[in-house]
Design a protein around this ligand. Structure first.
Ligand SMILES: C[S@@+](CC[C@H](N)C(=O)[O-])C[C@H]1O[C@@H](n2cnc3c(N)ncnc32)[C@H](O)[C@@H]1O
Length: 318
């Protein structure tokens, strides 16, 4: 992964464009005291690239082709699908529920200032077993009393989607009627998702697994409407060195062990902690979001639990 902060900053300044007031007209909260300009378009290639055989990393292993990473990630999530929800609780002491609740309430899907409310189309990418989409359905149908939304859970992995579909059967019928499932690679969304068609794109704990993150961000930008919001919840970097040392010790020793004991799969959970370590810092990831053409507000992200996870948001300019 090659960071080019100086070049990126220069490009951003060269392409500076007025964006003020664009956030205020939008439904999804992007918490933004100040707005920062961004490049007009494009995915930069932070993964090393040489023509057709682009390489990336898989956990701590470098020089892995993007197609091999995609296959190996698929293997991980086929393997963990059945135990995924239970393991999430064990590994995070239940914190992932609080982060997900906060993520969804900060986006407030279904909220609309117009009467009747405008329909909202939402894509939950790497939606897996449905944790984010189900919360968004509840926020819209119950909290905002607005059933006029449609959420698609998309994921590359049919095993994760199968668990999500099964879980969705316990949702109220009205919520099920506004939910659909799609097997798709986030780095190459299908043509059925038209350009400029979505109000909100969410991705939670998925993007660090993608073989080509800039390509996925470019796809997010393509399918969102002008004014649409990209929102990502992902593991991130802990700022406090003491807490970071404790957290890393826990991650690298306990999580693979819990994976082995509970799910019978040490390697997949070893990959999961390594993938967290390899994911860019909050500021680097904000740079990738800006490179894809989104505008971000303020510092562009919100740390959760001292940076164990972070929420990044960006808006496609109007
Ligand atoms: C850690 S799970 C997160 C699931 C869910 N969003 C949540 O927060 O509980 C990561 C998900 O990313 C999916 N994934 C990995 N690579 C993907 C890709 N290229 N395109 C779409 N989904 C992908 C996996 O199949 C898996 O379901």
């Amino acid at each position: 992964m090659v960071a080019r902060p100086a070049l990126r900053a220069a490009t951003r300044i060269a392409r500076r464009q007025p964006v003020a007031s664009t956030y205020s007209s939008h439904n999804f909260c992007t918490s933004t005291p100040t707005l920062r300009p961004s490049t007009a378009s494009s995915s930069s290639t932070r993964d090393s690239s040489n023509g057709s055989t682009r390489t990336t990393h898989f956990g701590f292993q470098d020089g892995i082709s993007e197609s091999e990473k995609t296959e190996r990630v698929a293997g991980v999530f086929h393997s963990v699908a059945e135990s995924y929800d239970r393991m999430n609780d064990l590994m995070s002491f239940g914190w992932h529920r609080i982060w997900k609740d906060h993520f969804v309430s900060s986006l407030n899907p279904g909220y609309s200032s117009s009467i009747p409310p405008k329909p909202q189309r939402i894509l939950d990418v790497a939606g897996g077993t449905g944790d984010i989409a189900f919360r968004m359905l509840n926020q819209s149908h119950v909290v905002n009393a607005n059933p006029n939304i449609h959420i698609t859970i998309s994921d590359i992995n049919p095993s994760m989607l199968a668990v999500g579909k099964q879980r969705s059967l316990s949702l109220p019928a009205a919520q099920q009627a506004t939910l659909s499932f799609l097997e798709a690679d986030a780095t190459q969304l299908p043509a059925t998702i038209a350009p400029d068609s979505l109000d909100l794109y969410t991705v939670a704990f998925g993007i660090r697994n993608f073989a080509n993150i800039p390509a996925a961000l470019a796809e997010a930008h393509r399918v969102l409407k002008p004014g649409g919001v990209f929102a990502c919840l992902e593991f991130s970097k802990v700022g406090n060195p003491v807490f970071d040392a404790v957290y890393k010790r826990w991650s690298f020793s306990a999580i693979p062990l819990i994976g082995q004991l509970v799910a019978g799969d040490r390697d997949s959970y070893q990959y999961l902690v390594e993938s967290i370590e390899r994911f860019p810092s909050q500021d680097e990831f904000r740079g990738l979001i800006e490179d894809a053409g989104f505008v971000v507000g303020g510092k562009g992200y919100e740390d959760l639990t001292l940076g164990v996870a972070a929420i990044h948001k960006g808006m496609k300019p109007l």
